[in-house]
Write a protein that binds this ligand. Sequence first.
Ligand SMILES: COc1ccc(NC(=O)[C@H](C)Nc2nc3c(cnn3-c3ccccc3C)c(=O)[nH]2)cc1
Ligand SMILES: [Zn+2]
Length: 323
Amino acid sequence: LNICDVVVSSSVREWLRSPAFDARQWEDEELLLMLQTMFVELELPHKFNIPLSTLRNFIYEVYNNYNEVPFHNFRHCFCVAQMMYAMVWAVNLVAKIGDLEVLVLIVSCICHDLDHPGYNNIYQINARTELALRYNDISPLENHHCSVAFRVLEAPECNILASLDLATYRTIREGIIRCILATDMARHNEILAQFTDIVSDFNYTSKSHINLLSMVLIKVADISNEARPMDVAEPWLDSLLQEFFKQSDAEKLEGLPVTPFMDRDKVTKPSSQCSFIGLVLLPLFEILGELFPELQELIVAPVRYALDYYRRLNEAAKDERHQ
Ligand SMILES: COc1ccc(NC(=O)[C@H](C)Nc2nc3c(cnn3-c3ccccc3C)c(=O)[nH]2)cc1
Ligand SMILES: [Zn+2]
């Protein structure tokens, strides 16, 4: 059976729009087909003259450029694209910011961690790696992810932007670069503060407002695991800590500074998740929920529940220690 002839059933297409979707239950080939389905359901091939064969080549080449690392692998990129897709439908984003911006968001999500080595920017900079050298310590990983994305697009058989006029291509390229570079967590507070300043009188005709909204949307999608059901979210946290611990082991071996929240001797899941969700995730989700009330129930409430869950775990762990 040719994978191109397999159609995704209407129930799966419905499921694909839900934060409860679990990428771990599907084979790689099925996830590739679902990424294609997201484009087709949003009518992006039609609106931007993308031949289905080019779309499939692009998705497959992106898939080939993710690494077998515990967390920042192809399935993470799928989760981020799928959460973005769920938000697009939940808030009717196309009607609010247009097809072009939604194309930028979906493509950015799919490409946002391309060729991630499993060692973050702090390691790249401290270890003076090739990437840190090439990008002068300025978001080395995110610059690399974005560069790899456009190198994939250079191949004619993968270039989903081939049929666009130059002005449109430049706008989309600028948007994808802005969104992928925004996923550097070192810029979290800067982006959150700027968006907080404009959210109460958000202006959909302002390019700078739309740009900030896109950056917040991809940031939300990127760190949104805890908005999913606990049995879907928990394995991702285990994979993340596995990747972080591999890094801190390497840092210890190489005599480099060890990042505190990555030190296996210091970090426990409940305590680190309580601070991450309470201090990083919930403020970001709540400010987006202010602009899009439809997201309150879809992703903000589940994150509050997750914080509650980890606080209870943390209390229980504390009680055990004091017994
Ligand atoms: C400001 O920069 C930061 C802030 C926090 C963290 N991470 C943490 O505090 C811990 C390890 N928890 C955590 N980190 C998470 C999650 C989802 N994505 N994510 C993550 C993954 C890679 C890089 C950065 C982050 C935040 C999550 O659910 N929990 C990592 C970087
Ligand atoms: Zn990511």
